[in-house]
Design a protein around this ligand. Sequence first.
Ligand code: ATP
Ligand code: MG
Length: 550
Amino acid sequence: MSENNTNSEMMNNFIHDIIDEELAQGKVTKIATRFPPEPNGYLHIGHAKSICLNFGTALKYGGTCNLRYDDTNPVKEDVEYVDAIEEDVKWLGFQWNKRLWASEYFDTMYEAAEELIKKGKAFVCNLTADQIREYRGTLTEPGKNSPYRDRTIEENMELFHKMRDGEFGDGEAVLRAKIDMASPNINMRDPVIYRVSHTTHHNTGDKWCIYPMYDFAHPIEDAIEGITHSLCTLEFEDHRPLYDWVLKEVGFWPNPPRQIEFARLNITDTLMSKRYLKKMVDEGRVDGWDDPRMPTIAGIRRRGYTPEAVRKFCEEIGVAKANSTVDAAQLEAAVRDDLQNKVPARNVVMNPIKVIITNYPEGQKEMVTVENNRNVPEMGDRQVPFGRELWIDGDDFMEVPVKKYFRLFPGNEVRFKGAYFVTCNEVVKNEDGTIKELHCTYDPATGGGGVNAGRKVKGTIHFVEADSAVRIRIREYGHMMNTLEDGSMEFNQDSLKETWGYAEPSLAKAEPGERFQFFRKGYYIADTKLTTDTEKVFNSIVSLKSSWKK
Ligand code: ATP
Ligand code: MG
């Protein structure tokens, strides 16, 4: 474990109930899981659920979890994806037992296929892909046997060797398991387990021109590694009989793994597919895989989410047997909960309005004390400058106040946080009618935020001293996708809003990746890509207030 401890105790986890029972019955002793990504894109928050479940289960039971790249498909490996996957798993706070490649098992998979042929449980079929589909039948009609189904064992072995030796072109022959063309489960209707593909593999080069299909390869990968529980998403429930069939019929492994399916994570307004996320990147709609709007682990990391918050969220949503969609606000709430006691506040104003304290001596400045985090006294105080010219936030002034508006308006007195009580006397306008500045007076007897003022004010606002203010760039984010009425999603053109603000002087030293609460606004992080020594760019992480009700 890196960073903070992982709370491996998950709520509503039926898989742990199963494991508890198996341990009690002595069916298993040491738990072994795996996380098996296909290295064809960056991991997303859905993968985080699988990572937390697989690694969290291993941790909880003192077992192990492997990181296994599912590279049985001979597409070009992308080092970028492999590196990103490893960075993401580590960032989430987990460490794998072994790092493995499924392609390392091609020899064993091949032997397993020969074993099936020897047992009369597999045959080489020369139907075309279209014909195989036709013969397969439908959900309501049984399939038809392939005309090649009754080839002898010797003939099948010879043809399989020919497949291996490159004597067939792509699609000219496949190896199929011989199960049952009338099975109500279509996956059991003589599924293809090996195909010909004259493609160079990133790991095995041109050694093979036949490659195993997922449903054949995956159980074998699990069994070779001694995985006890192969956790996968619900779509694979109907594939479980085939998973079990392969292990039983190949018969190489006396203690085969058990596949258990769980509900995949869906989040409102969130694309949860590497393929679609890649499209967003390729079309240039976002600033790469780690754009802070992306639901990739790299994206939410850059956005400022913490691994603790992601793990807590995964724990809260639990592991269930039925698919459902989680409100994005629940993830945001987990982030807010995690940050509220961790990060210090800083004064930042947006849409700033100039305030002149007309009775404050010109050229004078003083430092006033404000707390860093009102929830956490141990985080201490800091000093911010106060002077004759200040900036306040555009939201903290109304020329004509609405009902129950307790912030600054003409004639009203408010507390300037940590400094003095200030009254607005006059609104000075530009020629075009916009506000140029507010002329205000302060009460020198109300220092320290008015502790000894002897009277109360209803509003407290913050400010930034004008002379020392630091101009910062701020990026506010909405959801990357909007869900349309028919349930489909489209890119939200308004998902990024660039704005700017004035900040207290300390933010001039903000380091990339440093998080703050912009006082009374929300949580922000100095962007790791755009922040430089001279220009600070902040991402909004999450607002202060939640729309999420537990
Ligand atoms: P995608 O469609 O986004 O590419 P995938 O399932 O094809 O997802 P893999 O790399 O094959 O991606 O997945 C690795 C592991 O992560 C698998 O065990 C898969 O079940 C799991 N996983 C993927 N998406 C989710 C999700 N939304 N919720 C939970 N687990 C997921
Ligand atoms: Mg996949």
